[in-house]
Design a protein around this ligand. Sequence first.
Ligand code: KIV
Length: 266
Amino acid sequence: MRKKITIPDILKMKQTGQRITVLTAYDFPFARLVDDGGVDVILVGDSAGVVFAGHDTTLPVTMDEMLYHVRAVKRAGPQALLVADMPFMSYQTGIEDACRNCGRMIKEGGAEAVKVEGGSSMAQVIRAVSAIDIPVMAHIGLTPQSVHRMGGYKVQGRNDQAERIMEDALAVEQAGAFAVVLEGIPAALAARISAELTIPTIGIGAGPSCDGQVLVIHDILGLCEKYSPKFVKRFADLAPLISAAVTQYVDEVRTGRFPTEEHSFS
Ligand code: KIV
């Protein structure tokens, strides 16, 4: 069995130039598969609200729903670092709420770190949560919980917006984040940020120069056909395989070919 991955391991990977691999998981079987595949970090993302629960955005996801997913993933006993995403309104309403809710992810969910969206505006929250020894992964650029402000899921940090994203990156590092997700920003800007920061950058739609990459498991397996952003690479196409298996099951039950003696008790 491989060694358990810890926060110091992730920090060391930046120093030694080893790329950090991150994938999402929301339940026990996928957590097992993702962990066995050798990822460094499992993120229980609030993307669960979209790819698992079928919402249009991540905004409806609640603390209780996230705790349910985090516990299921924890039961898989991952060797990967387990990071829990904080849902909308669980940390934006003040430092006390943020500390309490982030603490619940660790205490009740078994997560080893949390992720919050936002840059300079979330620096105080990141500082307070980090100060009570809950490691925080920040998330800047295209932050899906800000979908209404952004007017959709649009690339951020182009042209004169670039300096604001750079300021966000520096602010979350100074506030004590152990890593930062860079989502939906130009590759050149992500390269600049990755060179400037001492903490690892984890890219999603941010080009190849980040210290690591993250994608949503349903996207890489071809399980989410509704919407596929440009930055997703499909590493497998499972939806047709699953459909074919279900069709065969329906056919065999209807025609009496299943179950046979082999699947019956005497
Ligand atoms: O919710 C999520 O899965 C995420 C990642 C895609 C970064 O925030």
